[in-house]
Design a protein around this ligand. Sequence first.
Ligand code: XMP
Length: 430
Amino acid sequence: MKQDMILILDLGSDENARLAREIRALGVYSEIHPHDISASELAALPNVRGIILNGGINREIDGIAIDASEAVYASGLPLYLADHKQGAPWPEDAQARKAGLYEFVFETCGAQPNWNTQNYISDQVDLIRQQVGDTGKVLLALSGGVDSSVVAALLAEAIGDRLTCVHVNHGLMRKGESEQVINVFGEQLGVDLIYVNAVDRFLDKLAGVTDPEEKRMIIGKEFIRVFEEEARKLTGIEYLGQGTIYPDIIESGTKTVKAVKSHHNVGGLPEDLDFKLVEPVKMLFKDEVRAVGSALGLPDSMVHRQPFPGPGLGVRCLGAITRDRLEAVRESDAILHEELAAAGLDLKIWQFFTVVPDFRSTGVKDGKRSFDWPVVLRAVNTIDAMTAEVPELPWSVLQRLTERITNEVPGVNRVLYDLTPKPSSTIEWE
Ligand code: XMP
């Protein structure tokens, strides 16, 4: 790392991530570490120019306020104590907050604004080369999502043909997604890509399974099994690439905050597949991962992809998955994406998709009675996916969607728009 760093020590604030993002937005790199960082851990961090002791609501543990370690006070680095109770919190007003941060970061600490995408890429390319050496080989499960795609592009840049990617098509991908992975990585970037068509295998395992959690479990387990089979066929691979990002690490819990949820990206790989991990975007927030992807030449449609659940369309084809309804989900989802893009709304809505329930209703088609599936349109805006609101879509867009979906998607005679925020509903239907 060539860049200057402002260190944030977690003294029980629930706003560490926000602060790190604000400092990075000033062009200065920032990392969050536990309050009791040791002298040797501190010394191992490159180019630290100042430290923020970020206190907050979780500062007291069993009635006693935690404090930073002796090493921090002895470091001689500029310190800033932010604590609600001691009268020096960051102002809430955005301008005042930015001015306060600016003063500390640039004037007090003398940090240089040298954190940017190009520097990050060149640092990571160097670090990957150092980690895997001149002959090391890396394996990567490439789903086509933003994080694994950006990791693939970084690894391709760093080690070229010593990267092998495995793309498992479980039949629950969105329309054109596997084709795009093959096209971008296999053809344009010339990555060694193993494409596994596991569609029948997944759909056979899922036949007749109605419980959403059981569906999730089957998809997750089968995915690991397929990936493991491919990994065993290859020899001489020591490293596994992973698309872990900074929120995964932060959300897995700090010393003062209980874990929100633990993240296991390729959790469950057998122990005898003994890989060392390469995680080149693990210090980045999502928007920074996207910026790195764009700078590496990945297409916008890949870099700005919406969050997509691991079980894919499997949890949007409600109840027992059947091939006809799965196609109806995939086709209607593609139409929704096309129409919201045409209306200039696709980048303004956080996540949107379609759902096909497992019941039918009566309709009329070409003068005859039909008994077909409905399609539910779902669109939400949210900051953190914990709560979500439903945007007001223009009536003309909803009408056009209804017309196209009922005309173009076989087996569908009705379209609904889900108006329910989270809570009371969740974003997904299963
Ligand atoms: P819910 O439905 O819980 O969704 O409001 C919140 C966000 O998480 C995504 N989601 C999942 N992601 N595996 C995932 O990787 C899952 O099983 C899963 N279920 C929901 C969902 O798309 C939304 O963005």
